[in-house]
Every structure is written in C-alpha cells, then in structure tokens.
Ligand binder design. Sequence first.
Ligand code: SAM
Length: 199
Amino acid sequence: MGHIHYDKEGAKYSNTQEASDFCVRTSPLFIGFSFLTRGNTERSDFKNLSAFLSGKQPEPMIGDFGTIYDAVPNLNFTFARYMESCCKFVSLILPLKLDAFWKSIRSFADVGGGRGFMSMSICKEHAHLKAVSCDLPQCASVFDEYVKGQTQSVRDRVSFRPLDFFKDELPSDVEAIMFGNVIHDWPDETKRMLIKKAF
Ligand SMILES: C[S@@+](CC[C@H](N)C(=O)[O-])C[C@H]1O[C@@H](n2cnc3c(N)ncnc32)[C@H](O)[C@@H]1O
C-alpha cells in the first residue's frame, strides 16, 4: 500500500512520507481518529459488518445532537475530532479548489461547523476572509480549544457563534453560508428548511 519503505542496505523498515503524514497519531494530518471512533462506538461499523453485508441496514445514528452531547461525556470533543479526521483531505483541498469563489467574497458562515477546522483551513489560505463557525452551544469549548492552536491571523478572523439551526436564524451579516457534512444527515423536510434559511 506504499506505507512502508524498506532500506535494503541498512535492512531497516520505515514509514513512507504519506504514512508519517496521515497514519501517525501525533501528526497534524492524522486521519486515524475516523477509523478509531467508528470502530469503538456502540454502533460499531466493524461489529455490524456481517449484518450490513447481508443486507440489514444499520439504525440511523441521527438524533437531537444537543441532547446527545449533554448525555455522553466529552462527545462534543470526540465527535468534533472524528469529523475533522474524516474531512482532513477536503479541508486541505477546498480552500484551493474553490479559489475563485473564496476570492469573490469577504465573509462566510460555516453552519454546523463543529470545532471550526474548515473555516480555519479556508481562512488560513485566504487572508482577506472572515468566518463565523456556528454550532450548538456545547461546541463552543471545542472551538475555543482548537482555535488556540492557530496563527494570530486566523484567530483574529474566525469566531464561534452558538446557534441551533432548528430554532435560530442563520447569520445575515456574512456573504455566504456553507453547510459541511450537515445536510445529508437529515430528512428531506429538514434539508429544505435549512437551505431555505440560507437565502
Ligand atoms: C456531521 S457533523 C459536521 C461537522 C463539520 N461541518 C464537518 O464537516 O466536519 C454535523 C455538525 O452539525 C452540528 N449540529 C447538529 N445539530 C445542530 C443544530 N440543531 N444546530 C447547529 N448545529 C448542529 C453538530 O454539532 C456537528 O458539529
């Protein structure tokens, strides 16, 4: 798979650059939390693999996030870390691939932004942009912890706004609204409601 390099002369194995970047827990690009979390949850995808392969659909995971965050200690942190791990590649590519779009606006909101990593990744690449990462109040501490590790320039331009997208209006003081991995989670009626709120 290209993860291990063998040095014949020294008769030594070592990680390739890709393995060091993406598979080592201490690397900022580590993507393994996605697998570790999915493998360790009660509704483990791996535990249910046989049933899934034989055609049984897993129970949907979705529920009221606020209630779930309150019920499960530290879930706000572990879930946000898991989501970043799942979306690491996208967060590296999105700021570059949509270059013309990011240059055409000055501000955006990331609704359901979790720990804010997507807003920060985009603002890191585009120094003229300001962003507000919006999520349930339970995610404020998760954002605060994560933003501390960013450059001063990013810290100055990315903020957190608590909101419940079922009850509250979406920010109207920005030029674009983004939903990252949010819409697909919900039934059609909620999808329509969220998209309507964004306009
Ligand atoms: C699947 S995660 C996506 C996180 C992030 N956007 C990403 O791409 O990794 C869904 C996010 O929606 C947030 N969320 C769920 N219900 C919400 C609500 N009613 N209001 C605001 N955010 C909510 C969750 O806290 C979570 O951060």
